[in-house]
Design a protein around this ligand. Sequence first.
Ligand SMILES: NC(=O)c1ccc[n+]([C@@H]2O[C@H](COP(=O)([O-])OP(=O)(O)OC[C@H]3O[C@@H](n4cnc5c(N)ncnc54)[C@H](OP(=O)(O)O)[C@@H]3O)[C@@H](O)[C@H]2O)c1
Length: 282
Amino acid sequence: MRIVVITGATSGFGKLMVQSFLQEGDFVIATGRNLSNRQSIFSAERALFANRLLELDLDVTDHSQIQTIFNLLENQFSGIDILINNAGHGLFGPLENLKSEDIRHQMEVNFFGTVEVTKTLLPLLRAKKAKVFNFSSVFGFMGFPLTSLYCASKFAVEGFSESLRIELAPYGVQVCLIQPGGFETGFGQNLIWGADAETSLYGTQIKNYRSLHEMVSRKKAQDPMVVARGVLRLSQMKRIPMRKVFGRDGAFSYLIKTFLPEKIYFLIMEFILSKVFLAKKT
Ligand SMILES: NC(=O)c1ccc[n+]([C@@H]2O[C@H](COP(=O)([O-])OP(=O)(O)OC[C@H]3O[C@@H](n4cnc5c(N)ncnc54)[C@H](OP(=O)(O)O)[C@@H]3O)[C@@H](O)[C@H]2O)c1
């Protein structure tokens, strides 16, 4: 039976991946912040799969909690077959308005959290030639206005993962980037807007970004189960790809970013996005 560890499993993609891997017969270690006090989150899964589900507290910024998971995997399990670094949140807003502590926290969770969990578990990952899935985003290969720090955290995850894939290839560990477009998870509600649209110099952009985001969520919502099942399918492949893009918007973004000459790409993006974000709402 495969041992699967998922971070940020309390919501969104993480929770759906817990369900998908359990249904497939895997043993799932679902981890999340303060999970022991949030017993209702997995009550349905516990009722069905109690003997293959373990719920553990893990804030990915807390090194002692990461070490506890390592000790448990080493002493009570046969190691680990799949690690899914999914935990993350969004800090949006114009750079000028972001607080330094929020900027650092964005990197702590999305980037250093992924690094620390992977590094701590690495001896076990190596021992079983495990597969590692790191959640990036379309914003991991494409910069976008009002999301500079979120993009930076995901670009960092990309560089880390690409390097690690090659570094660990001789040891049989495979690393894969998951790059979703916009999906209906808790992400939108959980994201931190680091600026007030009423007082910020960038107020018009913020308002227009938010209404664009709401309109897309309402009219073009994408089912996050596609990503959860997609990661499950990838985990069953002998050789996993370096990256996998999910969603219509993801595929479109990937095409234009990859195939348009850079000069043209930035001309178009700057023109279109300044029109979209600066257009006055009537
Ligand atoms: N949804 C999208 O459109 C989208 C697109 C591209 C990439 N992504 C990425 O997908 C991943 C999952 O996000 P989601 O869309 O499923 O959003 P979500 O529903 O908000 O889930 C995020 C999860 O991360 C957890 N988390 C946040 N900070 C944490 C920390 N310090 N330690 C441990 N867990 C922490 C949250 O836990 P709490 O319940 O404790 O807050 C939650 O379980 C993220 O890395 C996100 O950047 C999402």
